[in-house]
Design a binder for this molecule. Structure first.
Ligand SMILES: Nc1ncnc2c1ncn2[C@@H]1O[C@H](COP(=O)(O)OP(=O)(O)OP(=O)(O)O)[C@@H](O)[C@H]1O
Length: 768
């Protein structure tokens, strides 16, 4: 830089700083007003609450006058309103506090086509006005802000709710602001300058994910602002910012559809609960509420509270023989979903199984009778209303039985044996009078029968007469008759064994992941449950670990939602699926005109050296472009035995600690992670063993199995035991997933010979 331009920069920086100071002042004024507002609201709340207490005190006994009831209602309404307003003000105050530290991170100078004047705007985390329509800061999600993320200088356009708008862009300036001070600024020609991104990416990892508003890349911006697609399918390399982008997308949607979309209408399915914890701060930091968040397993499991399903580690460590693999593939595919859907239609004519309804140990309404009733309704009925009509009929039958049951022996006996205490309980009032003994007898008999029948009544309403498991079993048994299993490389005997397996597990109150979704789908079909119509956006992260059946089922459960599915077909660690087929199967569920597929190819997480190395692990992977950030070559440490390998780990940890890197030691299995943590302790090294997804990430060194590392990242990763024969050829994607968690430093530990999967990485990509 010449001396002159340096001075110019200095002046310019001072001018920008003065402007920033001015904005901060105004933000502070606004905060002050808001605080006053909050104080008043709190005072009001206190007054209303006190008044509430007075009303309660004024009530005598449990009888409550109409006036009091009305008054309570009015107070409650007021309370709710004030509470809401208090809550909103608090939230806004939180956002302003953050804005105060970094009021804006970018400036745009432009002129709209057809407008006489040039404009200058600043962009920040949220909009800020000091008077009506006078924007000192524009929200990063405002339509105009879009050109900051994807426009070059010159003629550019951006999408507004009314259509495309054209502008000429003269200046795009980025600011690095810390605690209200501009540290540096860059004027960039293209999209977000690499310089700024480099600053951000060079930072350290943490136990919680960070937002990326300041440096959203053009390719990510497309995903974030998409409002058209019914299915937005994002394939992105490890570390390409898929998760980051969708969290920004959720924030964008909540902004764009403010007033019609609430955070409870957005659901995100994530790979495990550890990951949920990892990302939970991103939205609140942008002043938005978190969406509904769960794992697919959790979503299903809550419907079968008494049955335990396969855990992540069981799923991961299951050793499948070839026959099981074929069956697993068959029951996971769309074809199987269709078979089940068609089977559901056949059930409208015959085949649904029921259980006897019992009363006092005897069959009260037999299953055959129930089936007769169920199929007595004409073909215009579907499964759902057929069941409703049956319930109604059964309840009617129950009511009709009351009379005859009242005359039965057990009732007689019970009345005779009633104690005074019990009698009192049965009477409506303590001094209830009857015309004669007969009337009293009848009264008591009815009471007793009704009480006993209440249980049956609720069994009927809760559909206990429907045998869900038998119906599922019937279906499984019918499969060989419906389709030719040999087409899928499955013999009849193998299928029989699969069915037997289901029975055995079910008797043990367990169900496999393969059976779980079809089981619930059949249940939904029979009970006629339609999905959750109110859900507007569904996000599915790590899509490669879902089966097509599961995705089809989710689509059935959220029929009106728009879907964003993201994944890295290079990281299928559960399904080991051929990536392209998954994509085409998913696309088959949606209208092609409403589908958009986006590829993110740049990998931001890791240094160029690490990305080059991990990329070389994949033999036929998706496209990956490293981001040009410099670091060490990955180091591969090969030792003769376990003790030496452990020494290597300890040495590496020391070095990482010195460089202030947080290290994760990632092992293949859960068992190994346990051993490693124990051995570390024997060496006097403290670490946290993450053994279940219900834990939280800890600071300091952690040890965890591969399948829990999904979606996470760490300054440094030590891959424990990439020895020969440790990984099968089809576990390439698993090795890739482990290695690609590293941001700044990757170390591979092996004993004896290095795994074949890593031997093919060219030598120039690592140091030995
Ligand atoms: N535009 C960006 N600006 C700054 N940092 C970014 C950007 N995009 C991604 N990153 C960073 O890159 C890292 C990886 O992002 P993220 O975890 O979202 O990727 P991913 O595609 O979900 O990865 P994976 O599939 O490996 O789990 C994170 O540290 C994230 O903050």
């Amino acid at each position: 830089m010449t001396e002159k331009s340096e001075i110019k920069q200095l002046d310019e920086k001072q001018i920008e700083q003065a402007h920033l100071d001015d904005v901060v002042e105004k933000i502070k004024t606004s905060e002050k007003k808001l605080k006053e507002h909050i104080d008043v609201a709190e005072e009001d709340l206190k007054v209303i609450n006190d008044a509430f207490d007075d009303i309660h005190v004024g009530m005598d006994g449990d009888a409550i006058s109409m006036d009091a009831a009305l008054s309570i209602h009015a107070q409650q309404q007021m309370l709710d309103e004030r509470n809401n307003s208090w809550h909103q003000s608090q939230q806004r105050l939180g956002v302003l506090k953050r804005l105060e530290k970094t009021p804006f991170f970018a400036r745009l100078d432009f002129q709209e086509k057809g407008e006489p004047k040039k404009e200058k705007i600043y962009i920040g985390l949220t909009s800020f006005t000091d008077k009506a329509d006078h924007f000192l800061v524009y929200d990063w999600r405002a339509p105009i802000s879009s050109i900051y993320y994807d426009g070059k200088l010159g003629d550019v356009e951006y999408q507004t709710p009314d259509g495309l708008q054209q502008v000429e862009l003269f200046l795009k300036r980025q600011f690095l602001v810390e605690n209200g001070k501009i540290q540096a600024y860059f004027d960039t020609q293209e999209t977000i300058g690499d310089q700024m991104l480099l600053e951000v990416l060079d930072g350290k990892s943490s136990t919680h994910m960070k937002g990326i508003v300041k440096t959203i890349q053009a390719e990510q911006n497309k995903i974030i602002r998409d409002t058209k697609s019914r299915l937005l399918f994002v394939q992105g390399a490890a570390g390409s910012g898929k998760t980051s982008a969708i969290l920004q997308r959720i924030a964008f949607l909540l902004y764009r559809y403010r007033g019609t979309l609430t955070s409870s209408q957005v659901v995100m399915f994530s790979p495990n609960m550890l990951f949920n914890d990892y990302i939970q701060n991103v939205l609140p930091e942008m002043g938005e509420q978190n969406m509904v968040q769960m794992t697919y397993g959790q979503y299903l499991a809550r419907r079968l509270p008494n049955i335990s399903m396969e855990s992540l580690s069981q799923r991961f460590e299951k050793q499948d023989n070839p026959a099981n693999k074929n069956i697993s593939k068959f029951v996971s595919d769309i074809e199987f979903f269709k078979i089940l859907t068609n089977y559901g239609q056949l059930l409208n004519e015959s085949g649904v199984s029921f259980k006897n309804i019992k009363f006092k140990g005897n069959v009260f309404i037999s299953k055959e009778r129930i089936a007769e009733i169920y199929y007595s309704f004409g073909p215009q009925y579907n499964l759902g209303n057929r069941l409703d009509a049956t319930v109604e009929r059964l309840q009617k039958m129950l009511r009709r039985k009351v009379g005859s049951e009242m005359r039965s022996k057990w009732v007689e006996e019970q009345i005779e044996n009633l104690s005074q205490e019990q009698l009192k309980m049965l009477y409506n009032t303590a001094d209830q009078e009857f015309k004669n003994g007969d009337e009293e007898h009848k009264f008591l008999a009815r009471k007793i029968v009704m009480a006993a029948m209440q249980k049956v009544y609720s069994q009927i309403t809760h559909l206990r007469f429907l045998s869900v498991s038998t119906n599922y079993l019937n279906f499984l048994r019918a499969v060989p008759k419906i389709t030719d299993l040999s087409k899928y490389g499955i013999t009849d005997d193998q299928w029989k064994a699969y069915v037997e397996d289901f029975i055995e597990m079910f008797n043990d109150k367990q169900i496999s992941m393969d059976n779980l979704s079809p089981y619930l789908y059949l249940y939904d079909l029979v009970t006629g449950k339609h999905g959750e119509l109110d859900m507007k956006f569904v996000f599915i992260d790590e899509i490669q670990d879902y089966t097509p059946f599961q995705l089809a089922y989710l689509k059935y459960k959220f029929p009106r939602a728009r879907y964003t599915m993201l994944g890295d077909l290079n990281q299928s660690i559960f399904t080991k699926k051929n990536s392209q087929t998954l994509l085409s199967e998913v696309q088959g569920l949606f209208d092609p005109d409403d589908t958009r597929v986006v590829q993110l190819t740049h990998s931001y997480r890791s240094t160029k050296q690490i990305t080059d190395y991990t990329k070389a692990i994949l033999t036929n992977g998706q496209k990956i472009e490293p981001f040009n950030r410099d670091g060490d070559l990955p180091n591969v440490l090969i030792s003769n035995d376990e003790a030496q390998a452990m020494d290597n780990v300890v040495e590496q940890l020391k070095e990482n600690d010195q460089r202030k890197f947080t290290t994760a030691i990632i092992t293949k299995s859960l068992e190994e992670s346990k051993c490693v943590q124990k051995m570390l302790l024997e060496h006097g090294v403290e670490s946290t063993w993450i053994k279940s997804e219900n834990q939280r990430l800890a600071t300091g060194t952690i040890v965890l199995p591969s399948y829990l590392a999904k979606g996470l990242e760490f300054d440094a990763v030590i891959m424990w035991d990439a020895s020969e024969k440790k990984f099968d050829e089809d576990e390439q994607q698993l090795v890739y997933t482990i290695a690609s968690r590293a941001m700044h430093k990757l170390t591979i530990i092996a004993i004896g010979e290095l795994s074949e999967l890593l031997q093919r990485v060219p030598e120039e990509y690592y140091s030995k």
